[in-house]
Ligand binder design. Structure first.
Ligand code: KIV
Ligand code: ZN
Length: 505
């Protein structure tokens, strides 16, 4: 039987640290539910001591998730560990995840601690965490730049203090696959009780090697991979869950390893995250990009028609890409909508279902065919954004030829109060954004504006993503609508709401 690899998903913690990727509580609990459906073994739900929002999210996820472990991150400090345990103790399978840097540069400049002091902090921190649960993970931050023999001492101290998982992170994405594999082997061979813990890796993608390093480490004996959906994470991101999992599945002959991931849920999970954080999946993204299974060259098309395996190493169905995802129309009733939502992983209550059914009917009046992506976009917009501070009520835009500048009139809610204004702009989008700025009395800087068609056809919904900056804080927003100006306003307002979550507007 093949060895099992534990899939530890940190999209809600490291992933959420990606610029602009903030999620609200409902969005986080929804993603956690989807990660459970996907079959991950551990969900790292947040860093409870870092903010009230993180604490609340870890606590909510710990109470909700029953089929996998829920982890909370903490420094090797008593107050962090107590806080993590307070957030985690309702979990079916809680895990305390302590970390401390072990590289010379981090110890000297960041921690200002000697190696001996760091070893003592590991002993004290892990030992304290082990009083609450037997499921304790220790991460030696910046392990790939840590002196090998000191890494062995740090890992040894953590295992002796009660850690049952040892994580070797490539925090700055510096490692190279063969070198990283050799490091894992060295630690496994030189820590006396290495068989008492599961070894884990956590690789960042600064040199584009996060997945390669993760796979090399698994071949060298690590049995936990810390990953994020679509590789979302700090800077260039983390190892992408879908790439690690599919590499292990497609090349089982090479790795001899298995995971518990229900791979048919992969595409849906990646799409859900992309919509939640307002970051579209690039067309050429491995496994889940729109072009990942598209064959353009005549020779390839001919080969695939004769035998798909000529150019396809996995089937589109194996990652959840169905050929016919056309689902609902004008006459679809409540039961059909409910069953489609369940298939997509959304278990909505009655009130939420009514909201979605109504919104779908309105959309079906404007758009002939409704696809899975349309349904997901609607749920995220209509259900998961209800507690927003800013909400679009109505708008109209007038455009003309040269001489008359475009004008926009917007009616929107600002903290429950309806406000209206009209103004000009260089173009219609500029007019809409200027008007919203006048209504809220602030002018965030627009760093990115992108429009994408969610599905095919000229009546497809436009999906707009924007990135705003205000007071040195950035947020991404996403909006969809068959009218791209309305989608633009929704995206802008969504980004404002995310800035508001960070108390910036
Ligand atoms: O990259 C890193 O080292 C981390 C640790 C906290 C595990 O995210
Ligand atoms: Zn990290």
């Amino acid at each position: 039987m093949a060895d099992q690899v534990i899939i530890f998903d940190t999209s809600l913690r490291d992933g959420e640290q990606a610029p602009g990727a903030t999620m609200n509580l409902q969005e986080k609990t929804h993603l956690a539910g989807q990660l459970e459906n996907l079959g991950v073994n551990v969900i790292e739900a947040g860093f409870p001591a870092s903010s009230g929002g993180d604490f609340e999210a870890v606590q909510a996820i710990a109470s909700q998730i029953r089929n996998c472990e829920v982890a909370g991150l903490c420094r090797c400090r008593r107050s962090d560990i107590e806080c993590a345990w307070e957030a985690l103790n309702k979990a079916a399978f809680p895990r305390i995840h302590c970390f401390l840097a072990t590289s010379p540069i981090h110890m000297e400049y960041k921690l200002r601690k000697s190696p001996e002091e760091v070893l003592e902090m590991i002993k004290q921190g892990v030992g304290f965490a082990a009083r609450f649960t037997s499921n304790v993970e220790f991460s030696a931050e910046d392990a790939s730049r840590t002196e090998l023999d000191f890494l062995v001492q740090a890992v040894d101290a953590a295992i002796r203090a009660g850690a049952t998982t040892i994580n070797i992170p490539d925090t700055v994405g510096y490692a190279q696959p063969e070198e990283f594999a050799a490091r894992i082997r060295y630690v496994l061979e030189n820590v006396p009780d290495s068989d008492k813990a599961v070894f884990s890796v956590h690789c960042h993608n600064d040199l584009g090697l996060a997945v390669a390093n993760t796979l090399a480490a698994l071949r060298a004996g690590a049995r936990q991979a810390e990953v994020t959906v679509s590789g979302l994470g700090e800077r260039a991101g983390n190892a992408a869950l879908e790439e690690v999992v599919m590499a292990l599945k497609v090349r089982k002959d090479y790795y001899g390893l298995e995971t518990s991931i229900h791979t048919e849920q992969i595409l849906h999970t990646c799409r859900a995250l992309s919509m939640l954080v307002g970051q579209p999946i690039p067309a050429n993204k491995a496994i889940v990009g729109a072009n990942a299974f598209a064959h353009e060259s005549g020779i390839h098309q001919d080969g695939v028609l004769k035998n798909p395996e000529t150019y396809e190493i996995m089937t589109p169905e194996s990652i959840g890409r169905t050929k016919t995802d056309l689902v609902l129309g004008k006459h679809s009733g409540r039961a059909a909508v409910k069953s489609k939502l369940e298939e997509l992983g959304y278990n909505l209550d009655e009130e939420q279902l009514v909201i979605v059914v109504d919104a779908l009917k309105k959309l079906a009046d404007r758009k002939e065919k409704i696809y899975d992506e349309d349904v997901e976009a609607l749920v995220l917009e209509e259900v998961y954004r209800l507690p927003d501070q800013y909400k679009l009520e109505d708008m109209s835009v007038n455009c003309a030829t040269a001489g008359v500048p475009p004008t926009a009139a917007v009616v929107m809610q600002v903290r429950g109060e309806s406000r209206r204004f009209a103004s000009f702009g260089a173009g219609p989008v500029d007019a809409v954004f200027n008007t919203i700025n006048s209504i809220i009395g602030a002018s965030p800087r627009l760093h990115r504006y992108a429009v994408n068609a969610i599905t095919r056809g000229t009546d497809a919904q436009g999906e707009v993503t924007v990135r705003l900056e205000y007071n040195k804080c950035t947020a991404v927003g996403r909006g969809s609508d068959p009218d791209i100006l309305v989608a633009s306003a929704k995206a802008y307002i969504n980004a404002l709401n995310r800035l508001e979550m960070k108390n910036e507007v």
